[in-house]
Design a protein around this ligand. Structure first.
Ligand code: SF4
Ligand code: SF4
Length: 147
């Protein structure tokens, strides 16, 4: 008997069901890191987390209402994901959009949501909330350039 290939190897992002789409997120929290854009258009990553990110679970604290509560929270769609150059190169949506396989540590491969942490991909333990930092001081938390 031939094993059926998993959906993430056979479907495009646009072909996935809602639950398949949601399961692609590995929960790394990297896209919830505060990015700063300077006057020249350069984008910088910081060690600050979106104020809605639960730093213990590394999950959004209000996923259903995230776009209403955080206007800068990106709306990922099959059409937009390939255009978001700042998305982490480990992000499953970006990988699938680029025709690449999911990494071996992805929870859909391991069956373990903790594998993203074990692989050192998660931001768990690396960030502090932007809510604790004055907006004028955010530049002090820059860790590197993204774009
Ligand atoms: S970077 Fe991608 S995989 Fe990681 S939390 Fe964000 S959407 Fe999910
Ligand atoms: S609103 Fe939620 S999903 Fe959006 S960036 Fe903030 S923590 Fe992440």
């Amino acid at each position: 008997m031939t094993a059926t290939a998993p959906f993430y190897e056979t479907k495009t992002l646009a072909q996935m069901t809602r639950s398949e789409w949601e399961s692609l997120c590995d929960g790394c929290g990297r896209c919830c890191t505060l990015l700063l854009e300077d006057e020249d258009g350069a984008v910088w990553r910081t060690s600050l987390a979106c104020r809605l990110l639960d730093l213990k679970t590394v999950r959004c604290g209000d996923y259903a209402n995230r776009h209403a509560r955080v206007p800068g929270c990106v709306k990922l769609t099959p059409d937009t994901v390939g255009q978001l150059g700042w998305m982490p190169d480990t992000c499953a949506y970006r990988l699938i959009a680029e025709g690449k396989p999911l990494p071996q540590w992805h929870p859909l491969r391991t069956g373990d949501t903790g594998s993203v942490i074990a692989a050192g991909i998660s931001v768990k333990g690396e960030l502090i909330s932007e809510a604790l930092v004055d907006e004028d001081d955010q530049e002090d938390y820059i860790t590197g350039r993204v774009l």
